[in-house]
Design a protein around this ligand. Structure first.
Ligand code: KMH
Ligand code: ZN
Length: 273
């Protein structure tokens, strides 16, 4: 099996300090959380940014400030800025971080429920996002929240409307209103991906670690972090994203899976030969 790539989704757009006081808002806090995750074994940081008061933003200047500050401290980390942003943002607003030419960015693969809201990703939007990533040489991480999102991602690549092989697909399971976080659902999704594709699972809420364990055993990769879950275990808030990553590293060790560095992850993901 390949080494395990751990992604840390350190803040997301929805979770707030009221949920866990360690959720980062300021540039300094975002750097602190990125470093804690990297030091614990994360090869990738999935990045959202906030204003100092915690409001989610896709502002290009704020992304640049955060990316530069993170890279100063952990220069080789792979950063995957979000183009999902927060529910209700426009496509142009969401696309701003792609103007910074990151090596990867998320590409959300369809409209879906998001709790009581609707996360809008129409087909024309997907084609625009795919085109931007083709133009700016950005490897997409295809975010699939629903079964049909995978077919959409496969079709985009087949039609040359988004950068393709090898595809990196992130199955985000357990968002309220979307596909539930079960191992049979994960197995079905994984059985439908191209043979040269890599995949990651993101289990939302209490399913974060059970799905992580399944993915480790299946040869997939794992995302954890405050964006998806703020608890280390039932009733115990994680003190940092690093604590969540450390728990994945412990499970992987027990199952005999080694952890990939960022440079090793670049090779596994096909970013670098
Ligand atoms: N905040 C969610 C509505 C992404 O980063 O691309 C969308 C999201 C996906 O987090
Ligand atoms: Zn995200």
């Amino acid at each position: 099996m390949e080494k395990l790539i751990i992604t840390a989704a350190i803040c997301g757009a929805e979770v707030m300090k009221e949920h866990n006081p360690a959720v980062p808002y300021t540039v300094e806090e975002i750097v602190r959380e990125a470093k804690s995750a990297y030091d614990a074994g994360a090869a990738i940081v999935h990045l959202h940014v906030r204003k100092d008061d915690g409001t989610p933003t896709q502002d290009k200047a704020r992304f640049k400030e955060c990316i530069d500050a993170i890279k100063k401290v952990i220069p080789d980390v792979i950063l995957i800025p979000s183009t999902g942003g927060a529910v209700g943002m426009t496509a142009d607003e969401r696309l701003q971080p792609t103007e910074l030419f990151p090596e990867m960015a998320t590409l959300d693969c369809g409209t879906c429920n998001f709790g009581d809201d609707v996360f809008v990703n129409t087909m024309p939007m997907l084609r625009d996002f795919g085109k931007r990533m083709l133009e700016n040489n950005i490897k997409p991480e295809f975010e699939c929240f629903e079964m049909g999102h995978l077919d959409t991602a496969l079709n985009l690549v087949k039609k040359g409307q988004a950068p393709g092989h090898p595809m990196q697909i992130n199955f985000v399971l357990g968002v309220p209103g979307c596909t539930s976080a079960t191992i049979p659902n994960l197995c079905w999704l994984v059985s439908s991906i191209p043979c040269d594709a890599t995949w990651t699972v993101t289990g939302v809420g209490r399913s974060e670690f059970p799905l992580a364990a399944a993915a480790i055993a299946m040869g997939g990769n794992v995302r954890v972090g405050f964006e998806d879950n703020v608890y280390l275990e039932k009733g115990v808030l994680a003190k940092s994203n690093g604590e969540l990553v450390e728990k994945v590293v412990r499970i992987a060790k027990e199952l005999g899976r080694e952890i990939a560095t960022s440079e090793e992850a670049r090779i596994i993901l096909g970013i670098k030969k």
